[in-house]
Design a protein. Structure first.
Length: 317
């Protein structure tokens, strides 16, 4: 059953009518099949019109959609011969970050990503994609493993931010994030990142300081959530829409600012309406990027990656 967002109410009404008609017997007075086709055409037009003019806040809602494919779905569909790896070899396992080794289009790679979970039980298990220090240290371990064996790295970004709990801070959350960014910048192998949902703060940047950073069309990437920004500036979460507008969180805005490299289009109505199609498109884009970057030597990759992020800082001054 599809979950509809607030701004999708007209679409929900049309698709609800379509579902009702499909369960009615054909009386002969009305051609139900013809009416269904008419309503489907109207629904498609409504979806297209709605998604053509989404506000930044509406894109935040789409990026957080519960049915949007998460990191594990990408791994399951794109990566063959996948072997998951766990633990940071220092404290323990953090299920908020999943990853391992496998093959993408026949090429051996290391893949890792933030996994939000698909239902209540799995969301609690994966802590809604909010990693603790051991999660970022696991990410570092996997990236160093890739560097040692000369394997490209794919990271899938989908987190509201790093976990802000007391125990995480006590175990060195800030240091773990900083070290993860340092590890990204020091890799001598291709590193490609895709923001598939939310890219929240240092929790996202920790695994996205990459040669190529892509964003899905309806994903968002920001230094803080719109709600967090609103609570600081307006002392009220009700201004989250204003914050989303001002923060330039959308893929189109971030492409204009040269924070990301490219925007990956989503199927009409968002990734949650056609998850397999979305994942396949991401796979093609990532495969092409890795093939191109694999032609460069390690020193060149490191230097270009570091120059890229230093240039962002200089541009902002």
């Amino acid at each position: 059953m599809t979950t509809y967002l607030d701004f999708e109410k007209p679409i929900a009404e049309l698709e609800g009518k379509i579902a009702e008609l499909r369960h009615l017997p054909n009386s002969g007075d009305v051609d139900i099949a013809e009416e269904v086709m008419r309503l489907q055409d109207k629904a498609h037009k409504q979806i297209r019109a709605t998604y053509a003019k989404l506000t930044p806040w509406q894109r935040v809602q789409v990026a957080r959609h519960a049915e949007r494919p998460h990191a594990q779905a990408y791994i399951d569909r794109l990566i063959t011969d996948y072997t998951p790896l766990a633990g940071d070899r220092a404290f323990g396992e953090d299920a908020a970050i999943v990853g391992g080794m496998g093959r993408l289009q026949g090429r051996s790679i290391v893949v890792l990503g933030q996994q939000k979970g698909d239902d209540t039980e799995s969301r609690i298990k994966h802590n809604f994609g909010m990693a603790r220090p051991e999660g970022y240290r696991k990410a570092q371990r996997l990236m160093r493993l890739a560097d040692r064996f000369k394997l490209p790295v794919l990271t899938l970004v989908d987190t509201p931010g790093a976990y802000p709990g007391i125990e995480a801070e006590a175990r060195g959350q800030a240091e773990a994030i900083a070290s993860s960014i340092e590890t990204c910048l020091g890799l001598g192998v291709p590193l490609v990142s895709v923001v598939i949902g939310e890219g929240g703060s240092g929790g996202a940047l920790a695994i996205a300081s990459s040669d190529r950073v892509y964003m899905l069309e309806n994903s968002v990437y920001s230094v803080i959530t719109p709600e967090g920004c609103a609570s600081i500036l307006w002392r009220n979460n009700a201004n989250a829409q204003d914050a989303a507008e001002a923060m330039k969180v959308t893929a189109a805005d971030l492409k204009k600012l040269d924070v990301i490299d490219e925007v990956i289009p989503e199927p009409m109505g968002g990734a949650h309406r056609a998850p397999d199609e979305t994942i396949d498109v991401v796979g093609r884009v990532v495969g092409e990027a890795i093939a191109e970057l694999a032609k460069l030597d390690g020193d060149t990759l490191r230097q270009r990656r570091q120059d890229k992020f230093l240039a962002m800082g200089k541009k902002g001054l």
